[in-house]
Write a protein that binds this ligand. Structure first.
Ligand SMILES: [Zn+2]
Length: 198
């Protein structure tokens, strides 16, 4: 797990603050150090993960953690507190962009399918679900008038992702003719899952 997610920290402030030390009451000697923590996922900054803050007196060496801050220290912390840097969100931003892109591509793909399904052409290949866990391909060999001529791939896959390799496999020589409207109905009913026109 430590390899996947790591918490790193980066110094964001290190300055002498304008208060009296709560311990020795000396002015101009208290130093405040702030670290911004952020989560790395596979070495990519993913998101900010809180801050570490510490005040130390350069005169009496007293150290104050956040819980021990008096009002003066709290105010100073508020004044110099800096936000997380944009790059600490790199991974999260990238993931969101990927999701947006995937959704966009999905919508584009659907639009394209809806057009293709109405205009079958020789060479179109349909991903079809014959039954539960049986997927194969149908290829349009010809379109004549209102008839679409189809051949079925000789191979079937038990999962949808198996389609990629199947396109190079041989098709049956049995040709089936169906009316054009059938293609649209098959798409609407989910029998045709996707269409390739390239
Ligand atoms: Zn002090």
């Amino acid at each position: 797990m430590t390899l996947f997610v790591q918490i790193n920290k980066r110094l964001v402030a290190d300055s002498i603050i304008n208060i009296h030390c709560p311990n020795c009451n000396t002015a101009g000697v208290v130093q405040m150090v702030i670290y911004q923590k952020y989560a790395n996922v596979f070495f990519v900054p993913w998101m900010p993960a809180g801050k570490d803050v510490l005040a130390k007196c350069n005169n009496c060496s007293a150290v104050f953690i956040k819980k021990q801050f008096n009002d003066g220290l709290k105010q100073s912390y508020k004044d110099i507190k800096k936000g997380a840097a944009w790059w600490m969100y790199s991974g999260l931003t990238f993931a969101l962009l990927l999701i947006v892109f995937a959704v966009y591509m999905g919508i584009q793909g659907e639009k394209e399918n809806e057009i293709l399904v109405l205009a079958p052409e020789q060479g179109h290949v349909y991903d079809v679900k014959l039954e539960d866990k049986v997927f194969t391909l149908l290829k349009v060999t010809a379109v004549k008038g209102d008839s679409v001529y189809l051949v079925q791939n000789q191979y079937a896959s038990d999962d949808y992702s198996g389609f990629n390799g199947m396109r190079d496999k041989p098709y049956s020589s049995d040709v089936h003719a169906v009316p054009k409207k059938q293609i649209k109905d098959w798409y609407d009913s989910g029998f045709i899952r996707n269409i390739h026109a390239d």
